[in-house]
Structure formats: structure tokens, C-alpha cells
Design a protein around this ligand. Sequence first.
Ligand SMILES: *Cc1c(COP(=O)(O)O)cnc(C)c1O
Length: 461
Amino acid sequence: MANKNIPYKINLEESDIPQAWYNVRADMKTQHRPILHPGTLQPVVPDDLRPVFCDELVAQELDDKNRFIEIPQPVRNFYKMYRPAPLVRAYFLEKELDTPAKIYYKYEGGNTSGSHKLNSSIAQAYYAKEQGLKGVTTETGAGQWGTALSMACGYFGLDCRVYMVKVSAEQKPYRKAVMETYGATVTASPSDTTNIGKKILSENPDTTGSLGCAISEAVEAAVSTEGYRYVLGSVLNQVLIHQSVVGLEAKAAMEKYGEYPDIVIGCAGGGSNLGGLMAPFMGDRLAGKASPYFIAVEPASCPSLTRGRFAYDFCDTGKVTPLAKMYTLGSSFIPASNHAGGLRYHGMSPILSQLYHDGYLDEARAVGQLSVFDAAKTFARVEGLLPAPESAHAIRAAIDEALKCKESGEAKTILFGLTGTGYFDLSAYMQYNDGTMEDYVPTDEDLQRGFDGLPDLPGVE
Ligand SMILES: *Cc1c(COP(=O)(O)O)cnc(C)c1O
């Protein structure tokens, strides 16, 4: 079976789109520590979260029992427009590297949002619509999530208000144009439209913004507007559930040819694409059925897993959100304005954090921006696709693992997530091409300032 001729692109049928998402928490040996209410410091109950999130998403957020969660038919119907996403055997990259390794990638950049984020935005918009809400608010960093949510809200007829990290709004005006075309309102963050935005601006007038600030503004806008809820494109358990569609499809496609990954690699910003890609394989590992090796790749400029603390922290800079126990650089940490906007978050998914802490997510690796773009360029040249800078972090690690195989002579099977297209990142590619791109790695003192802002919680582990 394994020697069967494997095509360049493994096509699945529309009927192979999963009927249900997989919730890895149902199989985890240790659950992440509970999310805490920011006022009482007690574990949140559904009623605490309902003013912020839709009811069904609150249930998914707190669900550590149900292994499978049915994908509602309208969401499956939408998925049919752009899924199954291709699983590609990177024959030309293998040849370029002269490696015995087999390299596969799951490509999620083929839809207009340009990334995997549409998989969750369409689900979140659906539940908001079902609940009879008028609209949703959110933040966006690089713009992929805002675009994905605008598309989903446009489809279901919901109002969409996006707070976009200021530096990204400046670097990527075309993103704004796409979001507005789908009917969204886009505000550069921090802004003077919210109390928290005004406060952040008064303390730090020249700030280029961060995801943490934008989240604070979006949450404030949601809870102070009748008929609105807040939605988030990463980090949360519900988002990892929705993104499991990526891993389920990848697994089904590989199984068609008797293939199974030895190594699973994903870039990690808030952890949703890696969490989704690895979910079914992690399920096998937790059940003792297989032992794939998992690698999370993050930017050296925002190294939450590799240099962060495993601690309770706020999910936003304004400290209005609940506290989660996660690997974090501190909610006041504002990373250098590197070009992988989707990876500039201070924390990491509590699920991924727990799996990393417990040794199931085997390795986290921080890579520099220049080496990431070197990998992106090699990949684009031989495989044809122009990758998003975020995705190129995973390419970097996949190439490095394949080169290790070349040295050892092992023919390992590598699977990585190619989360998006680089078409909206051309200013970054321009800098890379004209040699003005720089690497920025925070010093220990820089990181210490973030850690100093971690909340002091007596009696809470
Ligand atoms: C948002 C984004 C990421 C990082 O987010 P995760 O939640 O860690 O997956 C990676 N790649 C692309 C293209 C993105 O848009």
C-alpha cells in the first residue's frame, strides 16, 4: 500500500468533508487549568461568558467531554465551496533538498480570506445568526481573520466590526478594502472609539498596536452594544475544535495511500492551525495508537512557547478578558513589527500549552525572520505557491527536518500546514528581496518587562 504511486495532489470527494469536528480535549489526560473570571478569580461558568460569546460557542468552549461535535449542515454547505482543501506531496521540494523524506503539506490558502481562518469564522457567524444576533466584533492582526469573518458575516447577513492592529492596517490597506467589500467596518487599533483604546493611547500615543489591545477594544464594543457578541479567530478551545477539519481531512487523504506522518509541523501564533492539523494525530497518540512527533514553530520575535512563562494571564492588553493558564510573554508584551502578523500574539492556546507542558506537543522552535523568508523563497520557486510569512515558519522547520533526514538517511514522512497565501504580504517580500529586512530577537530584559506585568494571583496555581 505504502508504495502505491502517490499523486502530487491527493483529492478527496466533497462527501469526504467531515460530518463532525473532533474535540481533542475529550481524550486529553490532563485538562488545562480552568479559565478564571477576571473579577472573582473563580473558574468561569457559562453565565459569565454569555454576555461575550454566543451561547453555543460558550458550550463548545467549556466542553471537555464530547469527542465529536456535529458540523451544522449550513456550515458544511459553505465548506463545500472551498473544501476539501488540497493535500499536496511536495515532490519538487523533496527533489530540491535531495532528501529521502516524504513531505506533505495541507494547503489552506485557496479561499479569498487566504487562510485557514475561514473554517472557524463561518462556524462562529452561523451560531451568532442562529441566536438571532445583529452582529459581531473582533480584532485582526495581519488581516486574515478580519477578512475571514467579513466573508462569513457577509454570507449570513450579520454586521461585522473589525479592530485592526494599527501597524497592519498601515502595512496592508488592501486587506481593509476586501473586508469593506464584504460589508465590514474596519477601525485601526488602538482607536479613540473605546474607553480602553483611549486609555492605551494616552499612555502610549505612538504605539503601533497589538492583538492584545485590539481584543480589548473589540470585547468592549461587543459588551456595550445591544445584540452583539465578540468572536475570536484563534487561541480559544472552540476555534481549535473548528480547525480540526484541517487535520481530519489531512488524515483521511493520507490514509487513502497508506501514509501516516512521523512528524507533524505547524506555525503557532495562537495555536489554532497547529491545534487543528495535529488534533486527530494527537488523538491517536493519546490513545497509544501511534507516536507522531509534533513541532510548533514560532517567530523568534514573539517566542511564547520557547521563552514564555506557563502562567495565568489575561488574553488581552486591557485586562478585560478572563484569565487563562498558558504559555505567555505577558499581556503587555508588544512584539517588534515583524511581517508574520498572524504570529504576534503574546499567549498560546491553553490546549496547546497544556499538551506542550505535558510533553505531548514534543517541541517548540523559534525561527528568525530572514531564515523564514529564505525557506519561503525556496518553496515558492520549486512548489509554485507563494506562502504567507506565517506559513513559511512551518516550511522552515519542514525543510530543516528533511535535511536532517538527508544526513541520517531516514525516509521520514513529514506533514506540515501551509496555512495561507502570501499575496497580501508583498511589502514583506519586497523588503526581503531588496535586503532591508531585519531579524529582531527580544532581549531577556525586553521579556522581563512583559513578565513583570503578569497578574499576581495569591493562591492560584
Ligand atoms: C492567523 C494565521 C496563523 C496563526 O494563527 P494560529 O491560530 O496559530 O493558526 C498562521 N498562518 C496564517 C496564514 C494565519 O492567517
